[in-house]
Design a protein around this ligand. Structure first.
Ligand code: PMT
Length: 451
């Protein structure tokens, strides 16, 4: 049998997940947006994780970890230390991941080591959404803790700003050694996630802590690091985003400076955390995530109608849209000609949020409040008067945040307390708002607090 045929049999019989992974890769390549669906889960967010494999007997378990991460739609770039290659051949990981396995800092052994291979660790560091090291030996943990960078994995660790998850595996005495424990504490103190090893029989014949944690536990830690922990699975979240436009005549309108970025970040974050997302969007230049059900609207009235059409099936509503408070009483059918001074007669739009609050039932309703003065008092008044569960206060008098900015700073008010989110990305703000929603949901389930 030729080598190619043997390979085909290997694919078909031994590791069916590889075929799935290859199919997904093709699908990914054809998509400009990073969402897609596979049968196992309704919505999957495609991200790239570097899996560092170091030289321990548990290195073989990393092969299953590749598959489990791929099952969640995550692309895996394997990086092996020299010692790891003594335990498992890079070809195994190449076959499973469908990607070239990185084994050396300067592409030594490669046919043509060049500047690309010399700076590859920087490229990988910038391309990944997380780095997971499993198994992590005492040696690599010490190097991480002391900032040593003498191979691809350790340079990648220093170069990346992505979250890092370390899953140690070693002999119990090595694990319990004060030096290892001090290194682990250093990593934890610097914000790296450590998946504690399990206890049991170890490969060395001893019994105790040091066995690589279950792959499922490592996957959960990776999902948490990626902020894809699926804590909103089962929820249907209706998000509103962007401005509305109230027509004056066929070519003019009353609008506002909302870009939709805050609402789209919420939709994307909720999707990543496992929710089904319905997005009602005013006109924006943004491309909505493909797994989100989107209704595009123009006016406040259209936004109200779209929200009501989807309200029934929503379990959570988050209203980030900047809905016009006034509309033109009688918009002209023809373009208004320029002559003399002109007065527009405006009338209030329907308050969608108040309408939702009045009929919310068991839903969690979150409003936004864009305020310029008496900000806390105004937000609290909206929280109470519209029967909301939370309100996100945006002090839009602050420069550089809020409307049409990449960044935001908010105060989240719930009936249980107030949380300040200092200036950060809208992506992070979105997650903090969703964290607050998860908290409200948990408090509701607690027997003593019912709203
Ligand atoms: O879109 P970006 O450029 O990313 O900017 C984000 C943002 C600043 C628009 C966003 O963070 C924000 O603050 N959104 C709310 C803006 C707003 O309309 O605030 P408000 O205080 O006027 O309204 C309070 C709440 O009532 C909002 O949830 C709003 O959606 C809702 N509302 C308002 C009027 C109306 N007729 N019906 C409503 O439901």
């Amino acid at each position: 049998m030729c080598l190619l045929c043997l390979w085909a049999v290997f694919l078909a019989i031994e590791i069916p997940p590889l075929r799935q992974a290859q199919g997904r890769d093709k699908e990914k390549a054809s998509q400009s947006w990073h969402y897609y669906s596979i049968s196992k889960q309704a919505t999957i967010f495609t991200m790239k994780v570097a899996l560092g494999v170091t030289g321990g007997i548990a290195a073989y378990k990393a092969a299953e970890l590749v598959r489990l991460l791929q099952d969640r739609g995550i692309r895996v770039q394997v990086v092996m230390t020299r010692a790891a290659q003594e335990f498992v051949r890079p070809l195994t990981f190449a076959a499973l991941s469908g990607e070239k396995v990185i084994t050396d800092l300067f592409g030594a052994g490669a046919e043509d080591p060049n500047i690309d291979s010399a700076v590859e660790h920087i490229a990988v560091a910038q391309a990944i959404d997380a780095l997971v090291v499993a198994p992590a030996t005492a040696d690599v943990i010490a190097k991480f803790a002391h900032g040593e960078a003498n191979d691809f994995l350790t340079t990648l660790f220093l170069a990346t700003t992505a979250p890092v998850v370390v899953a140690p595996a070693m002999n119990v005495n090595m694990w319990e050694n004060a030096a290892t424990q001090a290194n682990i504490q250093t990593l934890k103190a610097r914000g790296y996630a450590v998946v504690e090893p399990d206890s049991g029989y170890l490969a060395c014949g001893m019994v105790g802590a040091g066995r690589l944690a279950a792959n499922e536990t490592i996957v959960l830690a990776v999902l948490k690091a990626l902020r894809a922990e699926q804590d909103l699975a089962g929820e249907t979240i209706l998000v509103t985003a962007g401005p509305t436009r109230e027509p004056i005549d066929p070519v003019r309108y009353i609008g506002n400076r909302s870009s939709g970025k805050m609402g789209y970040a919420l939709a994307e974050a909720a999707l990543r955390r496992g929710a089904k997302v319905v997005l009602i969007s005013g006109p924006t230049a943004l491309k909505p995530p493909s797994s989100v059900e989107v209704t595009q609207v123009q006016t406040a009235q259209q936004m109200r109608d779209a929200v009501m059409a989807h309200f029934e099936r929503a379990t959570i509503v988050i209203k980030a849209a900047a809905v016009a408070d006034f509309t033109v009483r009688a918009a002209a059918d023809e373009k208004i000609k320029r002559k003399g001074p002109m007065t527009l007669e405006l009338e209030p739009t329907i308050d969608i949020l108040a309408e939702l609050g009045a009929k919310k039932g068991s839903r969690i309703i979150v409003g936004f409040a864009a305020e310029t003065n008496d900000v806390l008092a105004n937000a609290r008044r909206k929280l109470e008067s519209k029967s909301l569960d939370a309100i996100v206060l945006n002090d839009v008098s602050q420069p550089g945040i809020g409307f049409d900015s990449e960044r935001n700073a908010v105060t989240i008010l719930t009936h249980a307390g107030v949380e300040t989110v200092p200036e950060t990305s809208k992506w992070e703000v979105a997650h903090r708002v969703l964290d607050a929603v998860v908290k409200v949901r948990a408090e509701r389930k607690a027997p003593s607090v019912r709203r």
